[in-house]
Design a protein around this ligand. Structure first.
Ligand SMILES: CCCCCCCCCC/C=C\CCCCCCCC(=O)SCCNC(=O)CCNC(=O)[C@H](O)C(C)(C)COP(=O)(O)OP(=O)(O)OC[C@H]1O[C@@H](n2cnc3c(N)ncnc32)[C@H](O)[C@@H]1OP(=O)(O)O
Ligand SMILES: Cc1cc2nc3c(=O)[nH]c(=O)nc-3n(C[C@H](O)[C@H](O)[C@H](O)COP(=O)(O)OP(=O)(O)OC[C@H]3O[C@@H](n4cnc5c(N)ncnc54)[C@H](O)[C@@H]3O)c2cc1C
Length: 663
């Protein structure tokens, strides 16, 4: 039956105002309106249909994305969309495309690493798509180790040019999105060589293709690196390989904000730190944190709605069976993920503010907060992408067998999402960056009082001595008790690592040997920041009936779930007793019962359209079974009763005459 809302009873149980919660999720009434308008624009435009994607071959997938991207660009111009609106439009189109690299990396690299003159020349060309660019850093042989890149950029004083060259197979640029078939330009990261001396890795603007006929320019070999994990998701993108055979570019195409090369071949360092060359990565890591909350919210929306529709066991006298959402095991796997989606959302809002602040500081050459911002973006990127990838897979399992169908929307979401754990800084490598920051901070405690996110480490000597005062399960609802537990655990882990580091011959040897423990200490530190950001968000004015109360429950679920998951750390560091850990778990169970009546309303607050979810299990109206059946019938194998190949390969087997001895 069309028009029936199978989740109506669930929606009527909500104890808060969903429309206001939508605004809290979006961040502001204005942000909500932009997202809502862009989501509907995409959902109502037939060009952006996604159902057929899983059936397309590689070439069709790629072309289909080119078609959608061209249509999106036309909409941006025809409707005079702002950059913010265009970003949401791309988000809701929901297909990796060369424009992700253009807007998330190429333009930010030009803006962040170019001189005023370079920005004036290149940024308008990129923003009007007269040139299309990518970020060509990773090579076949090196990704994480940027200083190990092998591509060379040798200065030729005579011609006032750089010669870009790939000296080895492993120096081939490998992975950049859009590189294989689309991009006309790239920021190529290469080792600068002047008069035989190496001056470290720098970015160079290199034209790759003719703007006339799109063919690769002389000396440049370009291609696709092959099919990727999953089918219809990242294979819409032409991640590419590039090799350079002594390709010449003018001297003024080296990005020269951080350091310059003069006409005479003199290398000049400005007073900005070399890490500013990594600024684009900081910018994108911040975007990736915000994307984590979106991807996780999408998975939990599907799993929660389906769990309210799905019934198994518990029927007596032929009455209805139990909704699987009512099982405590289902709740204990699902509700912490709902809470995590909100936690990541608020963490990313905060990170955006921190990033905006550092961007303004960098413009006036104030680099004081850069190490902290680098540690936060790297750590949050690692924490949120790992939890989101695991969370999407958990949601697939929460949907039982149907979760494995492409029509559930979950396999494709997972395949699209999971590389986020690797790109833009492999997650463990990123935690080790946080570890460097932590070790420095702790080692410096005698001389320098830490500020910002590390301020709690200033109380490390107290936190390593104090014990938890919680006596009842109720006490675990106190944000002060929660925060102190997270701070004490993180401080004890960081201080413990630093004490053990001192036992090694050199800090480098100790760091390498203790790297697993350091990564765990880093995760604990990042969790302090995410939990405290959630708590601080609740201290702000949050309007709407029951909205604040519902969020308080989620904040406690998030924190106590983490406490339960990592109780080994909390116990081993000696801050909690087993009894206190067990009380936290009791409180968590009680909290799940408080989430239960609000579950559907909470996921409705994400305001996801059915188009965006593209899941028969997560439909807004809960009309799962007929739509699941309908989707199955659309499979090409159901075009005819007798499939291709049956007569040729199956019937001969059925009709074979076997000798009785073979039976
Ligand atoms: C269903 C479909 C939906 C589709 C929807 C579309 C959605 C659209 C949204 C799109 C969002 C995003 C788009 C993304 C698309 C994916 C693109 C992926 C692109 C890439 O992957 S680009 C390549 C990224 N590569 C990396 O990240 C490499 C990682 N490695 C490094 O960063 C570094 O090499 C390093 C590991 C940090 C090591 O650096 P180094 O060798 O210099 O060594 P040190 O460790 O000694 O560091 C020295 C010193 O510098 C500090 N530092 C390091 N990095 C930074 C930094 N970034 N900023 C500031 N400071 C930094 C470091 O801490 C050391 O300091 P210290 O000496 O300790 O004081
Ligand atoms: C979908 C996708 C899109 C991408 N897009 C782009 C792009 O547009 N442009 C671009 O330039 N790149 C791109 N990349 C490349 C990406 O940035 C790299 O793959 C990433 O930075 C990881 O580097 P790597 O592949 O060298 O991994 P490796 O560093 O080789 O990692 C392999 C293993 O080694 C471990 N490891 C590495 N170093 C250390 C260490 N110091 N200590 C302990 N363990 C370590 C890692 O934890 C990991 O387990 C993309 C990658 C993917 C998957």
């Amino acid at each position: 039956m069309e028009g029936v809302d199978y989740l109506r009873d669930e929606r009527s149980k909500a104890q808060f105002d969903v429309e206001t919660m939508k605004v809290a999720w979006a961040g502001s009434p204005e942000a909500f309106l932009v997202c809502d308008r862009m989501a509907k624009l995409v959902a109502n435009d037939p060009v952006f249909e996604k159902f057929s994607k899983p059936m397309l071959g590689r070439k069709e997938l790629f072309k289909n994305t080119l078609r959608k991207t061209a249509h999106a660009w036309k909409l941006v111009n025809d409707l005079h969309l702002t950059e913010e609106e265009a970003k949401w439009l791309r988000h809701y189109i929901d297909e990796p495309s060369y424009t992700d690299l253009q807007w998330e990396m190429f333009v930010p690299a030009l803006e962040g690493q170019g001189t005023e003159e370079q920005k004036k020349k290149w940024v308008p060309l990129a923003k009007t798509m007269q040139i299309i660019g990518t970020y060509a850093q990773t090579e076949l042989g090196h990704g994480s180790n940027v200083q190990g890149l092998e591509t060379t950029a040798t200065f030729d004083r005579q011609s006032d040019e750089f010669v870009i060259h790939s000296p080895t197979l492993t120096s081939s640029k490998w992975w950049p999105g859009g590189l294989a078939k689309v991009t006309t330009h790239a920021i190529v990261y290469a080792r600068l060589i002047i008069d035989g001396h190496f001056y470290g890795v720098h970015g160079f603007i290199v034209q790759l293709r003719s703007l006339e006929d799109h063919s690769p320019l002389p000396g440049i070999t370009l291609g696709d690196i092959g099919m990727k994990f999953g089918h219809g998701t990242y294979n819409t993108m032409d991640n590419g390989v590039a090799r350079f055979d002594r390709v010449r570019i003018p001297r003024d195409q080296m990005l020269m904000r951080v350091s310059q090369v003069t006409k005479e071949g003199k290398y000049m360092k400005s007073n900005v730190p070399r890490q500013l060359g990594y600024a684009t990565m900081v910018s994108v890591r911040q975007t990736i944190v915000s994307d984590a909350s979106k991807a996780l919210s999408r998975a939990v929306c599907i799993a929660t709605r389906y769990s309210a529709i799905r019934r198994q066991f518990g029927s007596r006298d032929g009455g209805p069976e139990t909704q699987v959402l009512d099982y405590k095991t289902q709740q204990s796997r699902l509700f912490p993920l709902v809470a995590s989606a909100f936690a990541f959302r608020f963490a990313s809002d905060w990170l955006k503010l921190l990033y905006t602040d550092v961007k303004q500081r960098l413009e006036v050459n104030d680099f004081s907060t850069l190490p902290e911002v680098h540690a936060c973006t790297a750590g949050f990127k690692s924490l949120t992408t790992a939890a989101t990838a695991e969370g999407i897979e958990e949601c697939r399992k929460l949907c039982g067998g149907h979760g494995y169908l492409i029509s559930s929307g979950l396999p494709e979401l997972f395949a699209f999402y999971v590389p986020a754990c690797t790109y833009e800084g492999e997650n463990v490598v990123m935690l080790l960056q946080v570890a460097r920051f932590l070790v420095k901070t702790v080692s410096d405690l005698g001389n320098k009082q830490p500020v910002g996110t590390a301020a709690y480490l200033g109380r490390a000597s107290l936190l390593v001595q104090k014990n938890c005062v919680v006596q009842t399960a109720e006490d675990w609802l106190n944000p002060i008790a929660i925060l102190e537990a997270f701070e004490a655990r993180a401080a004890r882990m960081a201080v413990g690592c630093c004490q053990r580091l001192a036992e090694f011959k050199s800090p480098e040897e100790g760091f390498a040997e203790l790297s697993s423990d350091l990564a765990e200490a880093s995760l604990a530190h990042c969790q302090v920041i995410v939990v405290s950001t959630f708590i601080r968000r609740l201290q702000q004015d949050i309007p709407g009936r029951g909205v604040k109360q519902a969020l308080e429950v989620l904040c406690n679920v998030y924190a106590l779930f983490l406490l339960h998951k990592h109780q080994g750390d909390f116990l081993a560091t000696g801050y909690l007793t087993p009894k206190q850990a067990s009380l936290a778990n009791d409180q968590l169970r009680t909290l799940y019962s408080k989430v239960r009546p609000n579950a559907i309303a909470l996921v409705d607050s994400f305001n996801h359209t059915d188009h965006y979810l593209s899941s028969v299990l997560g439909r807004y109206d809960g009309n799962v079974y007929p739509k699941l059946y309908e989707a199955a019938l659309k499979d090409p194998l159901n075009d005819s009763d007798i499939a291709d190949g049956i007569h040729q390969y199956v019937q001969p087997i059925l009709k074979q005459k076997l000798h009785s001895s073979k039976l």
